[in-house]
Design a protein around this ligand. Structure first.
Ligand SMILES: Nc1ncnc2c1ncn2[C@@H]1O[C@H](COP(=O)(O)OP(=O)(O)OP(=O)(O)O)[C@@H](O)[C@H]1O
Length: 252
């Protein structure tokens, strides 16, 4: 494949994704086209369908309808190939708790052909001193940082990060942001509630509400479209909802 043709290939091409559960349509016709090298933000209130969407992109949840291609490959039928292209950090890391941080990084390294070194990965998220600590004995923020290192260890072409820095202290957030800003060659899909994070890191953003994309564009385009000063105000105007509205909060 020539270089120019390769660049035309979308990192993510999702068409009309639908995910229906028995009593709920979590995702209701989402299409996303994300170019190679883009950092793409997915914003939405709790329960909007963000995690379900990215799980379908990663081949972790089968869509009821629709198609996904990651660099032209189907994550379900080309599972082994896609696994080498993709790094995923999910909201809840299901990791083997009795393994140490170093053992987990070593294990994940083995899945990829050209990974970072274990020390590089642990240093990147400032966990080198915790290398010998079992996963179960790490703090919540340390577990989260480790899961970011595991998503990035294989130098994947496409990285999916769900709630990247939720719960991290300001210093750790800045450090992780700097790491992400250095990933200029990689495509990043970032699910977030943090407007500052999205504005700083993302080239484009999709606003998701009730399983649908209600607007997408650069932060500036969304602000302009909503006549808003901030991305948060744009979000409220375009969705008619406050960012932290939660379905469950209504029951009091
Ligand atoms: N396995 C499941 N069975 C039934 N309903 C589900 C299942 N998983 C998710 N849902 C529902 O689908 C909707 C979308 O969930 P999802 O986790 O994708 O939202 P989200 O935007 O990631 O939310 P949050 O910001 O709270 O993480 C929610 O109403 C959720 O309760």
């Amino acid at each position: 494949m020539t270089a120019s043709k390769q660049n035309l290939l979308l990192a993510v091409d999702a068409r009309d994704l639908v995910k229906r559960y028995k009593h709920k349509t979590a995702v209701d016709g989402i299409s996303l086209q994300i170019a190679q090298g883009e950092t793409f933000g997915v914003l939405g209130t709790n329960g909007a369908g963000k995690t379900t969407t990215v799980e379908m992109l990663a081949g972790l949840r089968k869509p009821t309808r629709g198609s996904v291609r990651i660099l032209g490959l189907d994550p379900f039928t080309d599972r082994a190939a896609v696994r080498q292209l993709l790094g995923v950090q999910l909201q809840q890391a299901y990791l083997h708790g009795s393994l140490t941080a170093r053992e987990l990084v070593d294990l994940y390294r083995s899945f990829y052909p050209h990974p970072l070194s274990t020390d590089q990965a642990l240093t990147m998220v400032e966990l080198i001193e915790k290398a010998r600590t079992r996963f179960d004995n790490l703090s919540g923020g340390q577990m989260q940082r480790l899961s970011i290192a595991l998503a990035l260890i294989g130098r994947p072409k496409v990285v999916i990060l769900d709630e990247l820095t939720t719960g991290l202290d300001p210093r750790a957030r800045r450090r992780i942001w700097a790491t992400l800003e250095s990933l200029t060659q990689q495509t990043v899909i970032l699910v977030s509630h943090a407007m500052d994070e999205v504005e700083r890191l993302c080239d484009r953003v999709a606003l998701i509400d009730d399983g649908r994309i209600i607007a997408q564009g650069t932060s500036d385009q969304l602000k302009e479209r909503a006549g808003a000063q901030t991305l948060e105000d744009a979000f409220v105007t375009l969705t008619g909802k406050e960012m932290y509205d939660d379905e469950e909060d209504d029951v009091q």
